[in-house]
Design a protein. Structure first.
Length: 267
């Protein structure tokens, strides 16, 4: 069952693709709180539904896509709002800064604790209830469930990381969010190609979704892929999808997803 805050397409294989930062909507009653710049939602994981949609359908994967922007609430942060990456710049459950480090809200307009709680209950909780229910459905049907958490980001963001980020950043929480063979297989697949720089468990090891739903002992296996925008879209401020770039990276994405599906738990 779908709720207004997301759409879920149920598939026929053990794979669920989540893309928690593709939403672009900010409710009208909340818009006056924000800096005018925020309404362009520049830190969105742009176009991922377009990039992965046909792949997901062809592979029989489930797909869950939120409607609202991460500027309202970040679906990939823990509900208690603890930092994902201690010692580094972090955005919160209800972010207060752009990825540039600038203030997201007008003075005095950042959400208070009551507003954070309302957003958590209205937007965060329905998405995670659906994630949990779909992972449970897949496990019941197939004996195991696979979660691929899809993300994308600008290649250079000094407030978050130094220099240029590798094009493809696979995270498995240092190998804890999935069977070791999954990390090894996907890592080897990335290492074997020469078109894109890549790293496994580098700056982005996996956010809350990967950490929380990656429970190999109970048959839930999760990985995160943080992909730089330069792989499939323009980074010139237009946020434009680039068909030629996308067509070049999609075969590799398909190989990653197929390798994940090809994995089977030990008998």
């Amino acid at each position: 069952m779908n709720a207004p805050v997301f759409k879920l397409r149920q598939g026929r294989t053990p794979l669920l693709i989540s893309m928690p930062h593709v939403g672009t909507a900010i409710p009208e009653d909340q818009q006056p709180r924000y800096q005018p710049r925020a309404l362009a939602v520049e830190d969105t994981d742009w176009h991922l539904e377009r990039l992965y949609g046909e792949l997901a359908e062809a592979l029989g994967a489930s797909l869950i896509v939120p409607h609202y922007s991460r500027y309202l609430i970040d679906l990939n942060r823990p509900p208690e709002d603890t930092p994902m990456y201690p010692g580094a710049s972090n955005t919160e459950l209800c972010p207060t800064r752009f990825f540039s480090g600038d203030a997201l809200y007008l003075d005095g307009q950042a959400p208070d604790e009551a507003e954070k709680l309302r957003r958590r209950q209205s937007y965060w909780l329905p998405y995670h209830r659906a994630l949990n229910a779909e992972m449970s459905r897949l496990k019941a049907l197939h004996g195991h469930a696979l979660l691929f958490d899809a993300h994308s980001i600008r290649s250079e963001l000094p407030w978050l990381f130094e220099g240029q980020l590798p094009a493809l950043n696979l995270g498995t929480v240092e190998g804890r969010s999935c069977d070791p063979a999954i990390t090894a297989t996907l890592g080897a697949l990335l290492a074997a190609q020469g078109d894109y720089t890549q790293v496994v468990n580098g700056r982005f090891k996996g956010g809350f979704i990967t950490r929380h739903y990656g429970q190999p002992v109970q048959g839930w296996h999760a990985v995160q892929l943080e992909m730089c925008w330069r792989c499939y879209m323009r980074e010139d401020g237009s946020f434009a999808y680039d068909e030629a770039l996308a067509a070049r990276v999609q075969p590799l994405l398909r190989r990653l997803l197929q390798a994940l599906l090809d994995w089977k738990p030990a008998a």
